[in-house]
Every structure is written in structure tokens, then in C-alpha cells.
Design a protein around this ligand. Sequence first.
Ligand code: ADP
Length: 500
Amino acid sequence: MEKQYIAAIDQGTTSSRVIVFNELGLVVSSQSKEFKQYFPKPGYVLHDANEIWESVLYCFNKALKKAGLEPEDISAIGITNQRETTVMWDKTTGEPIYKAIVWQSSQTQEISERLIDNGYHDLFKEKTGLIINPYFSATKIKWYFENVKEANDLANDHNLAFGTIDSWLIWKLTNGEKHITDYSNASRTLIYNIHDLKWDEELLKILEIPNSILPEVVPSSGINAYAAKEVIGAKIPISGIAGDQQAALFGQTCFHKGDAKNTYGTGCFLLMNTGETPKHSENGLLTTIAWGIDGKIEYAIEGSIFVAGSAVQWLRDGLKIINSAEETEALAKQTKSNLGVYFVPAFVGLGTPYWIEEARGSFFGITRGVTKNHIVRATLEAIAYQTKDVINLMEKETGINLKVLKVDGGASKNNFLMQFQSNILNNVIRRPKIFETTALGACYLAGIGIKLWAKEDLVDMWKLDETFSPSMKDKERTELYRNWQRALRACVAFADKENY
Ligand code: ADP
């Protein structure tokens, strides 16, 4: 096969990264750069969109240099990005009218509450698969109109553009030629109808958002634009676009209904492919577009866990009973059992499927024989139990059984955790060699987009590091999980100040 290179731009919340992959889907070089976070008021989280663009350009040039490549050696560009973060810019000057409002920013809490108070919860959920929450782009767009005068003036002249980070980067890469976004990113805005595949007129009207500011929605894979020679040194097709979690799902080749991936980082991000039908949840899971390719839309259901790897960080930095996160694997392996110890790491309340804000972290079952190693073990096991809680809910609400769980993220390196996860789920777990599954997903989408690969080729290209298969007796699994649920109920009881 002829040598080919794909540059995957992975624009994250704290840093940007460009990874150059070759025709086999292997990493050739990589460069990342952090950029500044702005917190001007409590709850506000902002980015400078120009700084983001410059960090991407810097990484692109450096990554190519490290690989000894010139821009014309790059066959395609793939883009994956922090989702929901909102940029508004002047179409004539290309300048952002204010800083980008980051997904984490809660500055639109009041706007969200207003919408909920007006009884719009169900309408937005039905049409977009999401809940009304400051995370998503719609209330952020509204915020610009309520707080930045220029937004209204420019919109009146049809000179205002809205975009998530993918749109912004493509605008810059194409020198202002293209104002587009892909299905997966559009599905995180809270104004995109995931059934009709249109910006939703009714929702736009409620929010008083003009149609003229919206990007055109294009497939996640396929040549949608060309990066301009005067911008990056060669005319290069931009042939893959997806939001970060969807890109990771793609990078893990979760192409079939029931395929899921879990990213074990600070928290956990779980996505399950639900095929060509969107599945709605009554318990806080989100419905989203996984990708749209060749006229076919596939959907995913998404759940998150607030505290996962951060509980391990707490053992290290708060309790100071370990020196490094890596050490937890050996310490947990030194125990014969959990000795009846369960840890509910509800540092910031309980999320899916419980939704109890007042809950706090609790240990259960401590006896005189419990050592540091049992505390460590209970912490790792808690990550696995929480994952099982979310997967159980996904299975129940979608009627789809988990086929295979692919894993990534820092804590997925922990073999004890992965084996326990497999045991408690009673499912096979596969861990890939390439951990940068987000960038890999952007690379795969871009490669398919220029017909370098077919989707089927990717399944063979995806390289397995290790498989974990269940090796626990049903009785033990049932008993452990029942005890976890008892611990949860006790934790919830402690949060209930009125009745106890
Ligand atoms: P994020 O992208 O959310 O910052 P990463 O994917 O980099 O997260 O993973 C880092 C998290 O994983 C940290 O919270 C850390 O405590 C945890 N972690 C890293 N390595 C291990 C390990 N070997 N065992 C358990 N937890 C780990």
C-alpha cells in the first residue's frame, strides 16, 4: 500500500493535539499544546477561540515536522473536538465577538431554569434527545444575544456565525469559505432535531435564535471542505468530523448495535451504539447521533459517571495512602477479597441513575482487619460497580444487550480494575493498543472519507492490547452487586436528613 498520512486534530477542553497517522492507522507523530482557561466570574468557564485556533496550527506544524512531512504529504484531515462549547464570530472579519463559552460553564443556569419553568423540558428532550442544561450550546447562544450587543447587530445584518469548535476550526482552516458542522456535533446543541435531521424551527423560535447564524450540517465522513493552501501550506481535504465521545466510539470500532465503549478518566464516559433508531431514556441517559455516514444515521445512548479516576486521585492527594495511581493495581491484587468493604464515591452526589445531589461519599463494612489495600480495592471496585449501574440502565431502557465493552482512558490501564469489571458485568472487555481513541476515530472517519479504507477494514486495523473475560461464579457476582446496592441505599439514607 502506498504511503499515506492523515492528520487528526483533537481539540480538547484543556489542550489541543494533532496526531499524524499512517495508512495502517498507526501513530507516526504527535504534538499537543495547552491553552488558557478563563474564569472571570464564579461558574464561568471561557476559552479564547483565537488561542484555540493558534494552538491547533502550532500542533499541526510541529507534528508534521516531527514526522519529517510537508503539508502536501497529508492526504486528509480529521477533526474531533470538545463538544457543545460555543463560538460566535463576525462572518466579515472572522473575529469572535466574545470568548467561547465552554461546555462546563454554568453561566447559563438562569436561562436554563427559565426554559424549564416555562414547561419546555419534554419538548426539548423529545426533539433533541438531550435535557435542558447549561452544558449544551443552545442556552449559550441565547446568552450571547442577551449579553453581547454586537451579537444582535451582526445577526440583523446576517453577519453572525455560530459554531461548535469543529465549525470554528473549519472556518479558519478554509479561510472563511465553509461554515459547517457534522451530525454528531449538531446533536449536542439542543436545537437540532435528531429525528428530522434539521435545525428545529420550533426550538429556534422559543429561543429567538435566527436561522442565519447556523452552520450547514454535513456527514461525519466524506470530503466536506478543503483546508486552504494559504492557511496550512497545501490544499487538504477535511474528510472526518465528530464530537470527542462519538469519535472515541468510532475509534473503538463500536459499529454494531450493542457495542459500547467506556472511557475511564477523571469520570467515566459510556456510549453504546443503538443502531439506526434513537432510544430515549427516562433516567438521565442522553440520546445522541453517533455519526452520519453515506446517508445513514446511527445513534448512541450516553451516560456518565462523575467520580472514577478522581477517587484514585483522592487516595493519593487527599488520604495520601498511595504514591501513584498505577500502584493501586498491585495493592488491590494483594488482597484475597474485598473483606466486605464497599465505597460509594459520591463526592459530588449520585448521578445516573440515582440523581441525588445531597449524597456524599461513604465507606461501608469496615472491620479491624481492613487495611489500606482493602480501601484501595474498594475504590477500584466502585468504578466497576458504577459502570455496571449505567450499563444495566442502558440495557433496560434500550432493550439492547451489551455485546462487547471496549475501554480506554487512564484508569483502563489497571488490570485489576478491568478484570473485576469483566467479572461484575459478566461481559468480555477489550482494551486497545492505541489509547488515543478520540484522535483515532477522527483519523478513521477522515480515511473512510477519502476512500483510503472501508469501514470493514477498520475492524482489522484496530489493534487489541488485551481481552478480559469473566471468571467469576454467578453466585459471587450476584452477592457482590447486591451488597453494592445495599451500600448505595445506605448512602442515600444518610443524605435524607428529613426522614432519618
Ligand atoms: P482525564 O482525561 O479525565 O484527565 P485520563 O484518561 O488522563 O483522565 O486518566 C487519568 C485518571 O485515571 C486519573 O484520575 C487517575 O487517577 C486515573 N488513573 C490513571 N492511571 C491509573 C491506574 N493505573 N489505576 C487506576 N487509576 C488510574
